[in-house]
Design a protein around this ligand. Structure first.
Ligand code: M6R
Length: 367
C-alpha cells in the first residue's frame, strides 16, 4: 500500500506531480486560457462584491491560506484576512453578509475550523469550502466549494494536500481576478501557463534534488534548532518548512519573514544554527540576498532554495536546493517540495516514525 516507498510521507511527496495535476485537471485549460470551477461560479456575484474574504484554517492549511492572502489581494484586489480557526471562533469577530469565508481543510473535520464557519454562517457570511475529503463535515456545511483531489493523505504531516490546496487557490484567484478585471491578460496567461507546467516541474525537482537533499539532511540532522526565512510569496513557505521539520524531526524550528530577523531572531545566529532561506527569484530578490549575507557574516550555516541559474544566491549558501524558475506568484508551490524532503530525511536520520509523529493526530476533531 506504500507503493514501494518506505513511508507514506515519502510516497505522498512523490505523488505530487500527479496530485497537483489532478487538482488542475478539468479546471485549467492552458490552450483555451480558461478556468472552470463550478463552485466559484455558484457564488461569483458574492465573491466579486465581497467586502472582504476571510480565510479560516489551522496548521498547514493555514499556511496555504496565508499565501492565498498575498495572491488574492494582488490579483483580485479584494481585502483578505487569514485567521487561525481556534482564535477566530472565540473572539466575536465582526462578520456581515458581504463577507465570504474560505475554509481550508484537508480532512474537512477539524473541529475549530468547523465551528468557526458554523458561527460565521449564522451571521450571514457565505462559506466556500476548500477540502480534500469528499463528503466531510466542512464540505457539507459550505454553501459552495471545490475539492482538492489529492487522494487520501495518510502521513500525519501534510504534503500533497498542501500543494493541491495551493494549486486550487491559484485557480480561484486567477478566475476571480479575470472576472473582476483586476488582472491583465498577459499576466493571466503567464500564470496559467506556469501553473499548467507545475506537475512537470515538481517531477523534475523530485528527480534531480532527492539525492542532493538526502546529503544535505545528513549534514544537518544533529542540529538543535533551525531558522526558516522567506519574504513575500515565499514567507508562508518558510512557515510551512519550519512546521514540517518540527513535526517530523522534533527539532525546534522557527519560520520568520526574512526582514524581521533583525528585530530579534538574528540574536540566535552562530556557527551552530542552520538557516534555511526560501530564496527563489522575485521582484526584490536582492533583498533576500542581503539577508543571506547578514547570516553568513555571523557565521550561520545557510541552506537555500534557489531558482535554477541563480548563481548569486547559490554562491553565498553552504548548501543549495534548486527549483525551476517560474513567476514569483507560482514559485512557492515549487519551493515547498525540497523542504518536505529535507524534513523527511532528517526525521529518518533521527530514527523517528515520520508517518505518525508523537502526540499528533491526522485530524484534530477536539478543540
Ligand atoms: O485537516 P486540516 O487541514 O483541517 O488540518 C489542519 C491541521 O491540523 C494540519 O494541517 C496539521 O497542521 C498537519 N499536521 C500539518 O502537517
Amino acid at each position: 500500500e506504500k507503493g514501494g516507498y518506505d513511508h507514506f510521507m515519502l510516497k505522498e511527496i512523490f505523488e505530487q506531480p500527479q496530485t497537483i495535476f489532478d487538482s488542475l485537471r478539468g479546471r485549467l485549460d492552458a490552450e483555451q486560457q480558461t478556468i472552470t470551477l463550478s463552485g466559484v461560479d455558484k457564488i461569483k456575484d458574492k465573491l466579486i462584491a465581497a467586502n472582504r474574504i476571510i480565510i479560516v484554517a489551522c496548521g498547514t492549511s493555514w499556511h496555504a491560506g496565508l499565501l492565498a492572502e498575498y495572491v488574492i489581494e494582488e490579483l483580485c484586489r479584494i481585502n483578505v484576512e487569514v485567521e487561525y480557526a481556534s482564535e477566530f471562533r472565540y473572539r466575536n469577530p465582526i462578520i456581515t453578509d458581504k463577507d465570504v469565508i474560505i475554509a481550508i481543510s484537508q480532512s474537512g473535520e477539524t473541529a475549530d475550523t468547523l465551528v468557526a464557519i458554523e458561527n460565521a454562517k449564522k451571521q450571514g457570511a457565505t462559506i466556500f469550502g476548500l477540502v480534500n475529503v469528499v463528503g466531510s463535515s466542512i464540505a457539507r456545511l459550505s454553501d459552495a466549494g471545490a475539492y482538492t483531489h489529492a487522494g487520501p493523505e495518510i502521513g500525519v504531516a501534510s504534503t500533497k494536500a498542501f500543494t493541491a490546496q495551493l494549486a486550487l487557490l491559484y485557480l480561484i484567484a486567477l478566475k476571480v481576478g479575470l472576472e473582476k478585471q483586476t488582472i491583465d491578460s498577459t499576466l493571466f496567461n503567464k500564470l496559467l501557463g506556469d501553473l499548467a507546467k507545475v506537475p512537470q516541474y515538481v517531477h523534475e525537482i523530485l528527480e534531480e534534488q532527492d539525492s542532493v537533499i538526502k546529503e544535505i539532511a545528513d549534514k544537518y540532522s544533529d542540529a538543535r534548532d533551525f531558522l526558516y526565512l522567506g519574504r513575500g510569496y515565499n514567507f508562508p513557505i518558510a512557515l510551512e518548512g519550519a512546521l514540517k521539520l518540527k513535526e517530523i524531526s522534533y527539532i525546534h524550528a522557527e519560520g520568520y519573514p526574512a526582514a524581521e530577523m533583525k528585530h530579534g531572531p538574528i540574536a540566535l545566529v552562530d556557527e551552530q544554527l542552520p538557516v534555511v532561506f526560501v530564496a527563489t527569484k522575485d521582484n526584490y530578490h536582492e533583498k533576500i540576498v542581503s539577508n543571506i549575507q547578514e547570516i553568513k557574516a555571523r557565521k550561520g550555516r545557510v541552506i537555500a532554495v534557489v531558482s535554477q541559474g541563480d548563481n548569486v544566491a547559490a554562491s553565498l549558501a553552504d548548501d543549495v536546493m534548486v527549483v525551476p524558475q517560474v513567476h514569483e506568484i507560482i514559485a512557492p508551490i515549487l519551493s515547498v517540495i525540497p523542504l518536505q524532503l529535507l524534513s523527511y530525511y532528517i526525521g529518518i536520520n533521527r530514527g523517528l516514525d515520520v508517518d505518525k509523529p508523537r502526540n499528533l493526530a491526522k485530524s484534530v476533531t477536539v478543540e
